[in-house]
Ligand binder design. Structure first.
Ligand SMILES: O=c1ccn([C@@H]2O[C@H](COP(=O)(O)OP(=O)(O)O[C@H]3O[C@H](CO)[C@H](O)[C@H](O)[C@H]3O)[C@@H](O)[C@H]2O)c(=O)[nH]1
Length: 167
């Protein structure tokens, strides 16, 4: 018996570093998980490894290669399954690269999240856990940073995280 028995959770960026570990923990707690990833910063061998680590819990895990900007792809998944929650990790995450390619970061991270939220709204799903970043605090006046610190993102990456949380 797990605390998430009977729950079906949709995880974006599920083959990434934090996403893949989160999926395994969700399975440990009894959840069923559908994970997506666009493979921009991951490899299918990660999924093979996750299946091995999950053992007999792997039958509660499904992977689809899909981008958060792909509304049709997301819609097809949501038509087939009812989810209790979305955990959203998918996103480009390099601060320096975001300075060189700000529009790519705004389009991919922010617009992609709007697309995901539109699909969630279409299916009446209101629960999202969003993976933000300490870059939303810019150069903080004090460390350790607490959630009371002022939001002062200084990079396009940090701003995408700030905008997404606001959305
Ligand atoms: O548009 C995208 C961009 C990336 N990815 C995927 O999302 C995953 C992100 O995982 P990473 O290993 O690149 O990143 P981390 O797990 O280390 O980062 C996590 O913590 C970060 C803290 O800055 C951010 O919150 C980030 O969004 C979140 O995934 C990758 O598999 C990548 O392929 C997508 O599916 N769609």
């Amino acid at each position: 018996m797990g605390s998430l028995d009977g729950k079906n959770i949709f995880v974006t960026g599920g083959l990434g570093f934090i996403g893949s570990h989160t999926v395994l923990v969700l399975l440990d707690h009894g959840a069923k998980v559908h994970l997506i990833d666009n493979m921009s910063n991951s490899f299918i061998r990660v999924y093979d490894h996750m299946k091995k680590l999950a053992g007999d819990k792997a039958d509660r895990m499904t992977f689809t290669q899909c981008d958060i900007n792909d509304k049709d792809g997301l819609t097809k998944i949501f038509e087939k399954e009812t989810f209790d929650c979305v955990i959203h990790f998918a996103g480009f995450k390099a601060v320096g690269e975001s300075v060189d390619k700000p529009l790519e970061y705004y389009r991919n991270n922010f617009v992609g999240t709007v697309v995901l939220l539109e699909v969630m709204r279409q299916f009446g799903l209101k629960n999202m856990v969003f993976s933000s970043s300490c870059t939303v605090y810019g150069l903080p006046e004090e460390v350790p940073i607490t959630e009371a610190a002022a939001l002062k993102a200084i990079s396009p990456y940090g701003r995408t995280k700030l905008f997404q949380a606001g959305a």
